[in-house]
Design a protein around this ligand. Structure first.
Ligand code: BGC
Ligand code: NOJ
Length: 813
């Protein structure tokens, strides 16, 4: 069934049933302060780092699910309920949750009282705003008691959930304005210079800051003793679990409404200005924030500014087409998700706990691909941060920490695909912006200034790393793993709990990856072009030779007869071959090799994609390999650890489905390309939500494959490279509006049944309104292009950079 619908004009997904098959969430925040917000107001927020600076407590994998959030309890006479449905699971006369671009609004009603909660993080300020409106729709006066509730996290989310012997004694708060302003200051007395605040803009009847006093020791969030008693206790937390709760009394005549503004924020002070007086925190920054958002009008204005910001961003690429599901995904939700993945990397979602992972070298470079057209300056800064964690030999820290921007020693390096993604990210950035100047920026190696060299040198080291690290067949050595983190060919792990990714106990110097070879060949032409366009002819010639030779190596040693091999293991045995018992054919090397145009000339590409279709395709997308591994293989690692059909063991790992989509466009098979696009696209499965379970407006990392009992069920929504790659596949290869070094290439590859579409694309300070006419009913091929009414020779729109809007008419045929 469907649990909601898309409101395309408002760019909102409207959830109409609170009991979605899994919490359906949204992200609030644009730059430093972020909140995760579910359709029942669950979730948490943090300043810059979800692990180290978390403001409110959230219990992952708890019972009931989605425990913790920003809750409001209403006491309407004797009737007590929670308008966001959770945590009381209150019966509601009305309910909807609208997830929009950076904001969410829950509206509900019960017994003639209407409630709405608009939640967002304003641009440039470090806080969540929750604007509450209560409206009396009944014919009688109402005397209401409203209780707010949040539970503070003691900042470090990992320590908060483990170190109870200390934590139960350190919690501290301050309360001002009669309880309207609650400040959480745990550890502020020592090494922290930041505190949190939870405040409301009206006088309160009372407050609570001690969890046990508010809830009762043996009660859940669904039965707070204080709310049932109808009166706050004015408790001041000392250790244990500090919370923030306001008690507000409101009288509403029939037809009357009242708005309240709650602020959940983060403030910090310079070290020498921490205290207002001994033991009392300096609240100047917090109070300035509260003054700023002290009225409903101020909150509305901030929300309007946020909407303007998103109008501007999404105006950079929009689509009109008969297929509404494609148009809304490509024009709105896919780009929105790309922004979120760019901001979060893989840190905080309802599947990533926010304590585990830093920014990934390969992930962040790929995330850039879907983001760079939105805010190129931020992409530029990100590239420089990532590159600074590269080692002088071209290898890279696999991850770095967003706060320190330093490489993560716990994970280290040795994932041999990593370096090549830097070339991929930088090439995308230059094609989008024309900013070749970035290549001259001096960037440290290993975060050491004394090792700094130009970004171009970083790219060269990336390129050379692959050239110089090859194995017995001349293919790149895989190291700990390549894109597939679970092909751990040098890790023979027998110890439970040991990390497959960081244990390398069988340094074979033999295991090779066909995928890395294909990634190399894919990025080769961009690297060569970058060399040429910056006058490095000799380097270009050297690189062209290396790429040609790698292409030959793939054809000789990376071809299985009907598809591309995947790898060679530490014994030199084939992986992804018809000779194998399980794992005979893999998606990644086939998608990427054809993306890299290997075998377009000799029929291999066609054969490979036909094999993918025959052996890996399902109604929900293409599985990662077949047959699934039935047992654990010491020599393969984590890939064979998953039960068949899940994750990297024959799950539909959505991230690499668009590689096949793009590959299909290289063959000109528009109908098939579009089919692979729609199968994993969530909007096409909206009415199948009971099976898919996750949000119909965002991609998930994985959908269970055909070998799994729960075939078709999605997991791990939001933070996945699927977002960037599907956006690349639909915008650049299906709709075919693709930045290239000379401008914007127009090269659609669509189903013959698609009669046309239009795209508005901002590109290098000009706007192109592109109308594509496919009344000829072809799948690929452009007969003519006119630019502002004049015929264009070729299909590349020049970067006019004149701040003007240009009309482009494309006729396919
Ligand atoms: C997952 C991968 C992930 C890796 C690193 C593995 O358990 O299956 O998808 O990339 O962990 O976090
Ligand atoms: C998720 C990881 O974040 C990504 O880096 C990796 O490529 C995929 N899993 C596949 O293993």
């Amino acid at each position: 069934m469907q649990y909601g619908y898309f409101d395309d004009d408002a760019r909102e997904y409207v959830i109409t049933h609170p009991d979605t098959p899994y919490p359906w969430i949204n992200y609030l925040g644009s730059e430093d302060f972020y909140g995760l917000f579910s359709n029942t107001s669950g979730g948490y927020c943090f300043y810059r780092d979800a692990r180290l600076l978390r403001l409110i407590r959230y219990r992952y994998n708890n019972v009931p699910t989605d425990s913790g959030g920003r809750y409001f309890y209403i006491r309407d006479g004797g009737d007590i309920w929670t308008p966001s449905w959770m945590p009381m699971k209150s019966a509601l006369d009305r309910y909807e949750c609208r997830h929009g671009m950076g904001y969410s609004r829950i509206s509900s009603a019960r017994n003639g009282l209407a409630f709405s909660q608009t939640s967002f993080v304003p641009l440039k300020d470090n806080c969540e705003i929750h604007k509450i409106v209560l409206a009396n729709e009944s014919k009688a006066d109402k005397d209401l008691d409203v209780f707010s509730f949040i539970e503070f996290c003691l900042w470090n989310a990992n320590d908060d959930m483990t170190n109870f012997q200390r934590n139960f004694s350190i919690g501290e708060v301050e309360v001002e304005a009669g309880g309207a302003r609650i400040y959480h200051k745990t550890e502020y007395r020592e090494r922290r210079n930041h505190y949190a605040l939870w405040a409301v803009n009206v006088p309160v009847a009372g407050f609570d800051t001690d969890r046990q006093t508010f809830l009762g020791l043996y009660n859940g969030f669904d039965h707070p003793e204080t709310v049932f008693a109808g009166k706050a206790n004015n408790s001041v937390a000392s250790g244990w679990a500090p919370i923030g709760s306001h008690h507000i009394k409101a009288h509403l005549a029939p037809g009357e409404s009242k708005a309240l503004v709650f602020v959940l924020g983060y403030s910090e002070n310079p070290d020498d200005q921490k205290w207002a007086s001994p033991g009392v925190i300096n609240k100047t920054p917090a109070n300035a924030l509260l003054e700023k958002y002290g009225s409903p009008e101020a909150a509305d204005k901030a929300l309007a500014a946020l909407k303007d910001y998103w109008d501007l961003l999404l105006g950079r690429f929009s689509v009109e087409a008969e297929d509404k599901r494609m148009a809304r995904m490509a024009g709105v939700w896919n780009q929105y998700q790309c922004m979120v993945t760019f901001n979060m990397s893989r840190s905080a979602s309802y599947f990533e706990s926010g304590i585990g992972r830093g920014m990934g070298f390969r992930d962040s470079n790929q995330d850039l691909l879907g983001f760079v057209h939105l805010v190129p300056e931020r992409a530029r800064a990100r590239i420089l941060d990532i590159a600074a964690t590269q080692f002088p030999d071209g290898s890279a820290y696999h991850q770095y920490q967003p706060l320190t921007k330093r490489g993560n020693n716990e994970v280290g390096s040795g994932f041999n695909d990593d370096p090549l993604w830097l070339i991929c990210g930088v090439a995308a950035y230059i094609k989008e912006t024309g900013d070749f100047g970035i290549l001259d920026v001096k960037v440290p190696f290993d975060n050491k200034e004394e090792l700094a060299d130009s970004l171009f040198v970083h790219l060269k080291r990336s390129f050379d790393y692959t050239v110089t690290h090859t194995g017995p067949h001349g293919l790149p050595l895989i190291g700990r793993a390549d894109w597939n983190d679970c092909l751990n060919l040098n890790c023979f792990s027998k110890t439970p709990g040991e990390s497959f990714q960081t244990t390398a106990n069988f340094e074979s110097g033999v295991a090779e990856s066909v995928l890395i070879a294909a990634i190399f060949v894919f990025n080769g032409p961009d690297y060569i072009e970058i060399c040429r366009r910056t006058g490095r002819e000799e380097e270009a010639a050297y690189a062209a030779k290396a790429v040609a030779s790698m292409t030959e190596t793939i054809k000789t040693h990376g071809w299985d007869g009907n598809w591309f091999l995947r790898a060679y293991d530490a014994y030199g045995h084939k992986i992804g071959s018809h000779e194998c018992e399980d794992g005979q054919i893999y998606i990644e090397s086939n998608g990427f090799a054809v993306m890299a145009e290997i075998g377009l000339d000799d029929g291999r590409a066609l054969k490979a994609l036909d094999s993918v279709k025959d052996r890996l395709d399902t109604k929900y997308g293409i599985v990662l390999q077949q047959p699934a591994y039935k047992e654990y293989h010491l020599e393969l690692g984590e890939v064979s650890s998953y039960p068949p059909g899940y994750k990297e063991n024959a799950g539909i790992f959505c991230h690499n489905n668009p590689w096949v989509t793009i590959a299909e466009t290289k063959l000109g098979r528009g109908t098939r390309a579009f089919e692979t696009y729609t199968k994993i696209c969530p909007a096409y499965r909206e009415d199948d939500s009971d099976l898919r379970r996750l949000e119909p407006y965002v991609y998930a990392q994985m959908v269970a494959g055909k070998d799994a009992p729960r075939f078709g069920e999605a997991k791990n929504s939001w933070l996945t490279g699927t977002a960037a790659w599907t956006f690349v596949s639909i915008s650049q290869y299906i709709l075919g509006v693709r930045p290239v070094f000379d401008g914007l290439l127009i090269d659609p590859c669509i189903p013959s049944s698609m009669k046309g579409f239009s795209v508005i694309r901002h590109f290098q300070n000009a706007v192109y309104r592109i109308a594509v006419d496919n009344s000829a009913g072809v799948e690929k091929g452009v007969k003519s292009v006119t630019l502002d009414g004049k015929p264009l020779s070729g299909t590349v729109l020049p970067a006019l950079s004149d701040g003007r809007t240009h009309e482009v008419n494309v006729v396919m045929g």
